[in-house]
Design a protein around this ligand. Sequence first.
Ligand SMILES: Nc1ncnc2c1ncn2[C@@H]1O[C@H](COP(=O)(O)OP(=O)(O)OP(=O)(O)O)[C@@H](O)[C@H]1O
Ligand SMILES: [Mg+2]
Length: 502
Amino acid sequence: MRGNLSVQGWLAGRTLRTRLIAGVFVLLAGSCAGIGITTSITLQRFLLERLDQQLVGAGSRLDVSLEHTNGRGGPGGPTPDGGEPGVQGQVVGTLATRIVRGSLVAPVVVNDTAGQVSLGNVAMSSADRQKLLHLVPDGRPTTTRLSSIGEYRLRATRSQDGDIHITGLPLRDIESTLHRLEATELFVFAAALLLTGLAGAGWVRLALRPLHRVTTTANQVSSMTLGSGAVDLPHRVPDTDPRTEVGQLSAAFNQMLGHVETSLEQREASEARLRRFVADASHELRTPLAGIRSYAELARRSTEAIPDEVSHALGRVESEAVRMGRLVDDLLLLARLDAGRPLEQEDVDLSRLVIEVTSDARVAGPDHRWSLDLPDEPLVVRGDEHRLHEVVANLLSNARTHTPAGTSVVVRLRANQQSDHQVHQVLLSVTDDGPGIPAELRASVFERFVRADDSRSRAIGSTGLGLSIAHAVVTSHGGSLTLVSAKGGTGFLIALPAGNGT
Ligand SMILES: Nc1ncnc2c1ncn2[C@@H]1O[C@H](COP(=O)(O)OP(=O)(O)OP(=O)(O)O)[C@@H](O)[C@H]1O
Ligand SMILES: [Mg+2]
């Protein structure tokens, strides 16, 4: 369970390439280990079987020699051909001994001295002797470690005269063969793993290249602005071979892009229709509204005596018609800004504009404390003076109408300079120490028809369009309007790109 978790932990966050290479590597390493172990075991069995056969042959031949030796009471003397009987052709290291009436006769080992094989006594520890004495004389070979001469394959048989004959062959040749095989396998497998790792990395990189193209296209699409305006998604993944997985993915991805494009086109078309409708409706409403206003005014100013209530009602019709006219103008302006209608492009002296709007606000709100903070040099931006005037007037009107008398309002103009002392941005802030914008309104304050639902807002006949118009105008100037601080008051910051004259 823990191993499973740690493998998952390792895989988490790894690239597909690393996972594939690691997977192939682990599989190959497992196969190599399997092949290595199987080969070693099979070879070991085969060699042991062959050794056991040799052991049977060696036993019968050495018996002759030992009989001869015992007959003389010492190691065998030379044969006519210069060797010893039963010793010629024996493997060097072959062990032979007998147990006669329960005691071990001195064990002998075949030696090779200058190409001449002979039998020699071998000194054995009492533990080794005990091991030999306890061998079962059933003729079956067993593997035993003898401290004096190493690991041996031993076989004990009982002869007709009741003695036990023990023959042994050393296992060192088998061990060294197996060690050599293991070393060779280790080297070959390591080389195979290294080559597979390198070639596999290259191959997987090649195989995953089409996937990289899908990622590139996805990144290109995600860096596009899809939120508004006409949408064109020119990017498509090139490989769409349906026989490959990546091709199928690419085709599905392209299909999805096509679907997104169609949906966005439909959305854009319906938004354009809506904008046109609002613009047309607002435009069409202007004329009858102007008519209502003029006729109400005409009737109110009539020389005929009209009752007071009628005169009051006509006055209300007139003022409501004015309000509605303003609302219609605002809607028309928003529809035009949404449609991306180009604005006037002229040098606007923002310092002068701010002075003018603030002095208008002073007149309109004598109960507020107005202060201006301007830099020495006039700051100029490129844009539509009339619209920018509206924006600043709107912010000051908010600071006046949504705060109680006695509130201080500070209008500050600053230049944002780069390291080369070139002004690249003009910052205009309007802050007041009034009650602040209600917390639930702050996130949506630039949306249309959003206003605090309090009696004050209703009393001043606010529509909730002022800030959304200001935001749209500033944005279409390439600038930004943000609510900067609403702690114990309200602060709006306008950032506009500086004009040529600055
Ligand atoms: N300086 C301010 N202090 C407190 N609340 C403000 C301030 N400025 C704006 N608000 C809140 O934000 C709301 C939205 O302002 P916005 O200018 O968009 O609309 P409005 O002033 O209500 O109506 P309109 O400007 O269209 O006549 C206001 O209704 C008011 O609740
Ligand atoms: Mg307002």
